[in-house]
Design a protein around this ligand. Sequence first.
Ligand SMILES: [Zn+2]
Length: 465
Amino acid sequence: MNKAGFSQTHHEGLRIEVDALITHGLVVTMDDSSRILEDGAVAVNNGKIMAVGDTAALVSKYQGRKVLDAHRKLIMPGLINAHTHAPMNIFRGFADDLPLNEWLYDYIFPLETEFVNRDNVKLGTRLAIAEMLRSGTTTFNDMYYHIDEMAGIIDELGPRAILTDALVDLPAHNGKSLQEALQQVEEIIQTWKGHPRIQVGVAAHAPYTAKPKVYQAAKVLADKYGVLLHTHLSETRWEFDLILEKYGFTPVQHLENIGVLAPNLVIAHGIHLTREDMDLLARRDVGVAHNPQCNMKLANGTAPIPELLRLGVRIGIGTDGVASNNDLDLFDEIRSAALAQKLINSDPTVMDAKTVVEAITIGGARMLGLDNKIGSLEAGKQADIILVDLKQPHAWPNFNAYSLITYSLRGSDVDTVMVDGKILLDNRRLTTLNENDLYEEVHALSDRICSWQQQRTKSKPHPKA
Ligand SMILES: [Zn+2]
């Protein structure tokens, strides 16, 4: 090409047209070389990232049909919540300051029996998605009931999710027999197969609510469709002792014995682990979803995350449901993850800022088997991108981007969110959801929950009454 031809390719009219060009931001890529660009840009087209680079270079090559000026904003991959129960958002603050068993069996299970239905699952999911998008979460790994309804809401509102139906020893919400429950899950898997943002996986709730045959059937189904298998494991000392007494093995070894430990398994919590358990999780390449705030709130203990990381275990960080957190803010969650581990290990160097940021981006994506699609800002990946507003006092000065994200920023600093290139939060306005209507509906439901609780506690006083 001659000199004139070269300059022509850089002429305004000859630039490559893309759907969106995000310019002049502080780009934290989370790619293999941990690239950070001071004046960076991201080009987005057809739902995917076309290029990531310096603003000057990208502006000369690409022309955005939409240009987002990210001056004094941080541009990073959408955050990944490794373990939650989105519909439980309608139960926020219902019962606090109780031990897990009492919280679960005296409050949450009766509440769920009364109020978990299709309409309330949809309402809770909408509330959770509003909260997640507003705080930068674009992908979540969920376990609950009526996941077909959840999938419909997610399809409509735009985030990315892995949905798993919590199989338990029956009868439960999801069917009259194990056979029926499995058939229902399989139908939902088939219905949503191939959806660009929704993966339907399989879950067994926990070894104290699901017998080996439930786990084994769940594994067969997950393997058949190549989807995620999700469970709660080694969450409390009570569970650890119960499983040891019942089966003669620790919860992790129990799942090994029944053939469930595998790379497609994600265990939530993993707090009470022996040395052998940790080695087993590493050897079987099981993913661990760490939920520090829930673990602290229910006083369940501190998961040995630094040790698991040393062993090469894939770690993500989740909020768990808001009934035990009580929010879905992952910025808040990683701060807790870092601080709690430093305290418990008496070592300020463990769980450093970069490590926890990795756990809610590329590390979380690896744990969920989605790292070929999301988790970092790289050409070819899906355009799940968030912009965080740095024009506020707690964001200055900025010496280290990972430190800023972990120790200073908050979910409410997020001002723009994109999933598959579609803007779902635009300058702090949700584009697919009417928040005022949502709050009125949640308020009406909370009145009904209060009335029910008042009736129920006529015989048994509520600790807060
Ligand atoms: Zn959970």
